[in-house]
Write a protein that binds this ligand. Structure first.
Ligand code: TRP
Ligand code: SF4
Length: 323
């Protein structure tokens, strides 16, 4: 199956992104995968301050590679380097009713949310965000799109656009399916959602000391003042992490409830376990950072491969439209 997915460039990734990437890893073993950086999509909200988008792109792709996204198996590229996406987006915009875009559930929410932060995204480009996404997907004739649940309305729109094109002109496009994986919901160290904007994240490439420091900052059961106070793991962020990463979580739960393990020791155990997960990622990251120009090279090759496919689709589209 041909698979495509993308992420907006947000810089260094965090532990919350790991299970998304692990899903990509599984997919790349048995499918033809295209993974790209949606830098134009970043522009829709960062148009006043696009200065970091490029650095964020390199940082994010570095993390993809460190996790094991493999340029020998998958096509890894940057959206703005394949301008064919923009031509297809333009063509789609000619026959996509405005109402389809206006009724995408995230649209009005996002406009309101960003207005609170002083950002005006009542732009032409932002309204077209899901249509550009449809072009990203359809230009590769992708059939499967691994995404989070929040993105399903965008996939639905993509299917509608494909159907309308096929109906109006010629049957060029498949109707892609969203692929929902089981994504681990990792809390931030303060127990809220993990997010760079909340400053509560564990970077994927955190050094071992940093990992220990962040683990020590995690919120535990406030009722435990003495080491032998009975604990309530259900209110403890450290426990949530044990539940996600430690096979022996049942033992932690019992010891905590019985007051047989202190929070300091419990955090130490956790830091060892997350180090086991992130240590190898950090090492691969360091190795590829040492290869100067490596990420550029990967993206250069990816661009060429992506462009071959994208250009072939555009040929069919132009023929269907008699352009
Ligand atoms: N909108 C996606 C997100 O915010 C990013 C994205 C852009 C994307 N184009 C895509 C994802 C195409 C999948 C396929 O996460
Ligand atoms: Fe949390 Fe562990 Fe302390 Fe229990 S012992 S409150 S699970 S840190």
């Amino acid at each position: 199956m041909r698979i495509l997915s993308g992420m907006r460039p947000t810089g260094r990734l965090h532990l919350g992104h790991l299970s998304v990437l692990e899903n990509w890893l599984r997919l790349q073993e048995e499918n033809e995968c295209f993974f790209f950086v949606a830098d134009w999509h970043a522009f829709t909200t960062e148009y006043e301050n696009p200065g970091q988008i490029k650095d964020f792109t390199y940082e994010m792709v570095g993390d993809w590679l460190a996790v094991g996204i493999d340029p020998e198996k998958s096509v890894i590229f940057v959206q703005s380097q394949v301008p064919e996406h923009a031509e297809l987006h333009l063509i789609f915009s000619m026959f996509t009713p405005l109402s389809w875009l206006e009724r995408v559930p995230t649209y009005k929410d996002q406009v309101r949310k960003l207005a609170e932060q002083g950002k005006d995204i009542t732009t032409y480009g932002f309204l077209g965000y899901p249509l550009l996404q449809a072009a990203d997907i359809l230009i590769y004739l992708a059939e499967g799109v691994p995404v989070g649940e929040d993105q399903l309305p965008h996939i639905e729109l993509c299917r509608e656009v494909a159907r309308r094109f096929n109906h109006l002109y010629a049957p060029v496009f498949p109707e892609p399916q969203g692929i929902l994986a089981e994504i681990k919901l990792v809390p931030g160290i303060d127990g809220q959602k993990m997010s760079k904007s909340y400053h509560n994240e564990i970077p994927l490439t955190a050094a071992a000391q940093e990992l220990a420091r962040l683990t020590n900052m995690m919120v535990t059961d406030p009722a435990r003042i003495h080491k032998d106070d009975l604990g309530h793991p259900e209110v403890c962020t450290v426990y949530k992490y044990h539940a996600l990463y430690n096979n022996e979580v049942a033992e932690i739960e019992l010891s905590c409830r019985a007051g047989k393990i202190g929070c300091v020791a419990c955090k130490k155990r956790l830091a060892q376990i997350t180090e086991g997960v992130l240590g190898p990622v950090r090492e691969r990251r360091a190795a590829l950072t040492a290869r100067k120009g490596y990420i550029e090279e990967v993206l250069h090759t990816g661009r060429a491969k992506a462009q071959l496919v994208a250009a072939a689709t555009l040929e069919k589209v132009r023929a269907a439209l008699n352009l």
